[in-house]
Design a protein around this ligand. Structure first.
Ligand SMILES: Cc1cc2nc3c(=O)[nH]c(=O)nc-3n(C[C@H](O)[C@H](O)[C@H](O)COP(=O)(O)OP(=O)(O)OC[C@H]3O[C@@H](n4cnc5c(N)ncnc54)[C@H](O)[C@@H]3O)c2cc1C
Ligand code: SF4
Ligand code: SF4
Length: 1010
């Protein structure tokens, strides 16, 4: 067993911790509140400890456990929840995707998750260029719907693939395009809201007559229309003096927006006769403290036909910032900065590997300058002008031009992932934290300001990553801090105060798009001045006299050092694990790497996280699972906690696809965490029969093959399948794979094989359970090709690699199997000879989980280092002329639609497969971005998972396959994927080696065979 260290520092748990206001205070009688909510709401009501923990965090450094969580189904539910909470004196925290960076969505009250059900696009009006949406609509979802009309939602946060419109309204979000399109406040027309007394209101610009009509209403809405103008009038001077000059701002309330110049009274006035009074815009950026939006009418803007990008290469951040002025002179749509820290982090991820081949040298910083418009020629001209200008002024050493979508793909991907990548640079509880990450100054001061910012960091000995929107003076600088160390907490506060003063000196803003939350609200009295701050407090009292809506944000905030997430956790209790978690803090540290940035809540692209895509439930995202594990592993007896049925339910829909290992910027590896958790569950509750059956798949397949075709009869009988469903929980909805009597081992024994003097020497071919017993044609094709290429092939057929046991949490079995496997290969294969195979999940296990099972075993390490993908070996052979493919063969000239296996994507990527397929003459290879197929080994065969499995397949994979004409060849590397494609579309999918084998011949397509 591997001992997982419990080294989350215990330092820093001094008096400050004891004095902290209690997190998760239960207000009033929560049981009665829960009962009332269950009675009054159609949506879900969850008060269990796990759900409360899952909603205690957002992408900030804070954590507060809420009293409960509701998932409203409609606006009536929101209203009912507000009424119930108000009656019980419990505050409410509206929440979208929970990607806020300053702690806006953590609070002790009732969290309203508006993303789960309130996510409909009610109406899209291309003529009026507006969209009527519910608050949980994700920005990318709206953009997809608007795309056919050539429209897009203007503000473009880098979290566009998961951030909700409600959250954007809450934070007044902006993005790289804000130079052109401004911020969310500039795009909100009307809002339906619930007020703090549970009444409803429709906010829109109103003229003086309508204002007067509303101001006499005997309601909270009436009071707001009556009193808010008075607050503005009484504080006109404070508003004029205290409002920052810089336009790009998401902190404080926007009282200056209600001031009407030239209206009556020396102190300014509100609502001049012909000027509309616009509460819809006023509440944007109020972080859920004034109203809860249930519908929004927002503007859409035309999507430019073309975008071209110049990427300036600089030796330092200072050099890049200095070059910003020249970029701005060329009227760009955006100028984005990225420093070396982020570039280096991106190099560690397979996903961003293409970037390496594009960039020149080793830049210390990059500036991405985008130009958008409808005339591509004119845009190219601007690229040239900028390049010439930079050259003339000696800025940078290289400028890359990315004009086509293909050229821009890798650049855009890394640009939008910048902040997420930066977050991944932490180790243990030393994290790059968001507390001075959102300041902005007029870009003319940016170079000077950046230098002074760096001086502050240097003085305090803090390292930081730099990233930001230079075109609008906004820098996301995240210093690395360990908040379990009290001295670092003090340093953090000192830096925050100095930066607050620095940004004020330059007339800038402390928050330019991320909002105040718990990180910055405390400083608002100083930033806005006492009088304007008091006016803001009066505004909050007016809208929310009982302080129910997200209290402690914007006004009357706690100290920025309260409620710190890392300090709220007890030290990790000791836990012995079977797998090695090679991160600080052991298994809990591995789960607690999650910084809640919510990329695992994306949909429509990539693979992570298939179960979230299918259910849209927080607890079925990687983030939900990681947070649940953090809770379990913080319990006094984590072994016991890992056997908890609620935790088990949260992890249950994880397909162990490993997509999070590569796609999550923090590399949260849930497949490994789940395997370990399952093993503890088995310790406490025993191993279910079905897990034993699936864990022994090799033995079953061997017996099935030996007794075929008889053994295939039960799988074809509905009756037997129903029995299997009842007794074992194996779904009757799928046909079982057929066993091949003529299995790979038999064939191999009988075939002639290569000459003993094969020029390339020996290669070991992994005779996995599927390639051997159910799809031997794939194994045959691979062996024949390798032999033709000049290899002498040995079959590794002595037993299972342990993959099946791993996926069922049978880690002791997996440990034994993997050790035996490695030892047999070491004893029988030629030293240093490659080991290859056709089934990615098995092959990748040798270089991933085997190491986690035997971290210190040199034999296992040696085997891991010898793994080569069969595609690599065959491509080399083709390129060296040892294998020749015929343009006359039936696969030549075809369109090949390729679906990669998740484990392959996570471990090594799909480049080798694409390269091999492209060697077939004349083919058009299209790689699907269809995520996980949904089968994931035995997952899709399990009755209770069947539906989710098919939903995952139906999301993108089945529609993409079904859309292809009959003569398109479907290609998939994984046995599960091929089965799932067949079950979902009735189309046969080929393994790449089969196609290459076919391409050696001429003739017509043979009938697919197992
Ligand atoms: C890696 C990363 C990159 C980011 N990049 C950007 C960026 O480029 N630009 C940017 O502006 N931000 C950025 N952010 C911050 C964040 O993603 C945005 O603020 C986003 O718009 C928040 O959306 P959400 O759905 O997650 O909202 P949440 O975080 O859930 O909520 C945001 C606020 O809105 C309130 N709220 C939510 N719904 C409602 C509602 N219906 N009515 C009233 N109030 C409501 C919440 O109470 C909270 O105060 C980034 C964050 C991360 C983690
Ligand atoms: S699991 Fe990864 S992608 Fe998901 S929220 Fe956590 S850090 Fe982000
Ligand atoms: S392994 Fe796959 S299903 Fe499980 S959390 Fe990661 S991405 Fe989601």
């Amino acid at each position: 067993m591997t001992a997982s260290s419990s080294d989350a520092s215990t330092a820093g748990r001094g008096p400050e911790r004891a004095a902290r206001p209690e997190s998760g205070t239960r207000h009033g009688d929560t049981r009665a509140l829960e009962h009332r909510l269950r009675r009054d709401l159609d949506g879900e009501v969850r008060f269990d400890d796990y759900t409360r923990h899952l909603y205690s965090r957002d992408a900030s450094m804070y954590a507060i456990t809420p009293v409960g969580v509701v998932l409203p189904r409609h606006a009536d539910d929101v209203q009912a929840a507000v009424a119930a909470a108000a009656e019980h004196g419990v505050p409410l925290v509206p929440r979208g995707a929970g990607t806020s960076l300053a702690g806006q969505t953590v609070g002790p009250g009732l969290v309203l998750d508006l993303s789960r059900h309130l996510n409909r696009i009610v109406e899209l009006d291309p003529e009026a260029r507006t969209a009527l949406v519910e608050p949980g609509v994700v920005q990318a979802q709206l953009n997809r719907a608007a795309a056919p009309s050539g429209l897009v939602f203007g503000p473009d946060t880098s979290t566009a693939n998961r951030a909700t419109i409600g959250g954007m309204i809450g934070n007044n979000s902006g993005g790289s395009g804000s130079l052109r399109h401004g911020m969310t406040i500039d795009h909100v027309r009307e809002l339906d809201v619930v007020l703090s007394d549970a009444s409803r209101a429709h906010l829109a610009p109103v003229d003086a007559a309508e204002h007067r009509r509303r101001a006499v209403l005997p309601t909270l809405e009436g009071a707001v229309y009556r009193e808010l103008p008075r607050i503005v009038r009484a504080n006109a001077r404070a508003i004029a003096e205290g409002t920052p000059e810089f336009w790009r701002r998401s902190g404080g309330y926007r009282l200056e927006r209600l001031v009407r110049e030239g209206a009556e009274g020396a102190e300014g006035a509100v609502g001049a006769v012909d000027a509309p009074f616009d509460l819809a815009k006023f509440v944007v950026g109020s972080e859920g403290t004034l109203v809860i939006a249930t519908r929004a009418l927002v503007d859409l803007v035309p999507r430019p036909a073309h975008t071209v990008i110049a990427v300036g290469h600089f030796t330092s951040v200072a050099g890049a910032v200095d070059a910003t002025a020249d970029a701005l002179a060329c009227e760009p749509a955006a100028v984005e900065l990225m420093d070396r820290t982020i570039l280096e982090l991106s190099r560690r991820k397979i996903e961003y590997a293409p970037l390496g081949g594009i960039l020149a040298g080793d830049p210390g910083a990059l500036l991405f300058v985008s130009f958008s418009g409808d005339d591509e020629g004119e845009l190219r001209g601007r690229l040239q002008r900028l390049t010439a200008r930079w050259a003339r002024h000696g800025h940078g050493y290289h400028t890359l031009h990315a004009v086509t979508a293909k050229q821009q793909e890798a650049l855009l991907k890394v640009r939008s992932a910048g902040l997420g990548l930066l977050m991944a640079a932490g180790e243990g509880t030393r994290r790059p934290l968001a507390f001075v990450e959102d300041t902005a100054v007029d870009p003319v001061h940016l170079a000077d300001y950046t230098r002074r910012f760096q001086e502050v960091l240097d003085r305090h000995g803090l390292a930081a990553g730099f990233y930001g929107h230079c075109s609008v003076g906004c820098l996301h600088i995240r210093p690395f801090v360990d908040l379990t160390d009290p001295a670092q907490v003090t340093t953090m506060r000192a830096v925050a105060e100095e930066i607050r003063d620095l940004v004020t000196e330059y007339g800038g803003v402390n928050s330019s798009e991320h909002g105040d939350g718990l990180a910055r609200s405390e400083f608002n009295p100083l930033l806005f001045g006492r009088d304007l701050y008091e006016a803001m407090r009066g505004t909050k009292r007016l809208f929310d006299p009982r302080n129910l809506f997200n209290p402690g944000k914007i006004v009357d905030a706690p100290a920025m050092t309260d409620h710190l997430r890392d300090r709220a956790l007890p030290p990790a209790p000791e836990l012995r694990t079977r797998l090695a978690f090679e991160v600080l803090g052991g298994m809990r540290g591995a789960a607690d790497r999650c910084m809640n940035i919510g990329l695992c809540r994306k949909s429509a692209t990539g693979t992570m996280c298939p179960s979230y895509m299918a259910t849209r439930e927080e607890e079925h995202s990687t983030r939900g699972r990681a947070n649940a594990l953090v809770k379990a592993l913080s319990e006094p007896d984590p072994r016991q906690a890992l056997g908890d049925e609620r935790l088990h339910g949260i992890l249950d829909l994880c397909l162990m696809c490993k997509a999070c290992k590569s796609e999550c910027p923090l590399g949260v590896d849930m497949a490994t965490l789940k395997a370990e958790t399952l093993s503890h569950h088995h310790d406490l509750h025993g191993v279910p029969l079905r897990s034993r059956v699936f864990g022994a798949i090799r033995l079953l397949n061997r017996l099935g093959s030996a007794t075929a075709p008889l053994s295939n009869l039960p799988g074809r009988s509905r009756l037997v399948r129903r029995l299997l469903e009842r007794r074992l929980g194996i779904t009757a909805a799928r046909p079982l794979p057929a066993f091949a009597r003529d299995n790979l081992l038999r064939w191999f024994r009988q075939h002639e094989g290569a000459a003993p003097t094969a020029p390339l020497g020996e290669v070991t071919f992994l005779a996995d359970s599927f390639t051997t017993y159910t799809e031997p044609a794939i194994g045959r094709a691979a062996v024949e090709l390798l032999e033709l290429a000049g290899w002498r092939v040995r079959l590794a057929a002595q037993g299972c690699c342990g993959r099946a046991s791993l996926s069922k949490g049978l880690l002791d079995d997996a440990k034994r199997q993997s050790a035996d496997f490695a030892r047999t290969i070491a004893a029988t294969a030629a030293p240093d000879s490659p080991v290859t195979g056709c089934e990615p999940s098995c092959l990748m296990t040798l270089r991933d989980e085997h190491l986690a099972l035997h971290p210190d075993d040199p034999v296992v390490k040696d085997l891991a280092g010898r793994v080569r993908q069969v595609e690599e070996l065959l491509t080399e052979a083709i390129d060296a002329g040892r294998l020749r493919l015929s343009p006359e063969a039936w696969p030549a000239g075809r369109r090949l639609l390729y679906h990669g296996h998740c484990h392959q994507k996570a471990e090594v990527g799909t480049a080798a497969t694409i390269a091999l397929l492209n060697r077939i003459p004349g083919v058009e290879v299209v790689e699907l971005d269809a995520g996980c197929c949904g089968m994931a080994g035995s997952f899709g065969f399990e009755s209770e998972h069947y539906e989710v499995s098919m939903t995952v397949g139906n999301d993108r994979l089945f529609p993409a396959v079904n859309a292809e004409p009959e003569d398109t060849v479907i290609v998939a590397t994984g046995a599960s994927c091929r089965q799932q494609i067949f079950h979902g579309t009735e189309r046969h999918a080929w393994h790449p080696v089969q196609l290459v084998r076919e391409a050696l011949l001429t003739g017509t397509a043979p009938a697919p065979s197992g």
